[in-house]
Write a new protein. Structure first.
Length: 205
């Protein structure tokens, strides 16, 4: 994505009055935080400026921009399905609308692996309305991809499995589907909010 987009996301993260603003909760300064799909690090910059934190993304341009914005984030290029850290490294893993673009089952397994015991997962997801708006504003190719998203999301909701289309993953989530997927990977204390944001939190055992 463009530099303009990431700078706009940073502005949202820093503005508590913006309608799209949402940040993970504060945690002790001694706790280690990982952001999956961090972009240019905007969420970490806004939420945890008091520590060195860790951010992972596939977008090399976004990571390059992030290194110009802060020296407090250790940026790593990689995927949620294969996190490049040993087991039990983090107290909190955050994922702001990034896991819907991954194989969620594999991503959750990796998140669980790198979390410490009783570590926290904080993530925002997108519901059906998000992909519906995207399809309505696109062309016939958007409708073809929308059909894939519908099928992939239904499979995930029923079986917690997914399949790629042209090398990409995307899905929308339901309360029941994401709760089952989290429990299957070992998470507990699952909380799901569907107000202004589709917010999910859970703890590792």
């Amino acid at each position: 994505m463009s530099e303009r987009y990431h700078r706009g996301e940073l502005a949202v993260a820093l503005d508590p009055n913006h309608p799209a603003h949402i940040l993970p909760p504060p945690v002790s300064r001694s706790q280690r935080v990982l952001d999956i799909g961090c972009g240019a690090g905007q969420t970490l910059i806004a939420a945890y400026p008091d520590r060195v934190s860790f951010g992972l993304d596939m977008d090399l341009d976004a990571l390059k921009l992030g290194r110009c914005l802060t020296d407090r984030v250790r940026f790593v290029c990689g995927t949620a399905e294969a996190l490049p850290w040993p087991d039990g490294q983090f107290d909190m893993v955050i994922a702001r609308v990034s896991l819907p673009y991954t194989d969620i089952g594999r991503s959750l397994a990796e998140i669980y692996r790198v979390l410490k015991k009783s570590g926290t997962l904080w993530m925002t997801l997108h519901p059906f309305s998000a992909v519906w708006r995207q399809a309505k504003s696109g062309n016939y190719k958007s409708w073809i991809f929308f059909a894939y998203i519908l099928l992939n999301s239904a499979v995930f909701d029923l079986t917690q499995r997914q399949f790629p289309f042209l090398g990409r993953y995307e899905s929308f989530q339901t309360r029941s589907g994401i709760a089952r997927a989290l429990r299957k990977k070992g998470f507990e204390s699952i909380s799901i909010g569907r107000g202004k944001h589709f917010l999910v939190t859970a703890r590792s055992r």
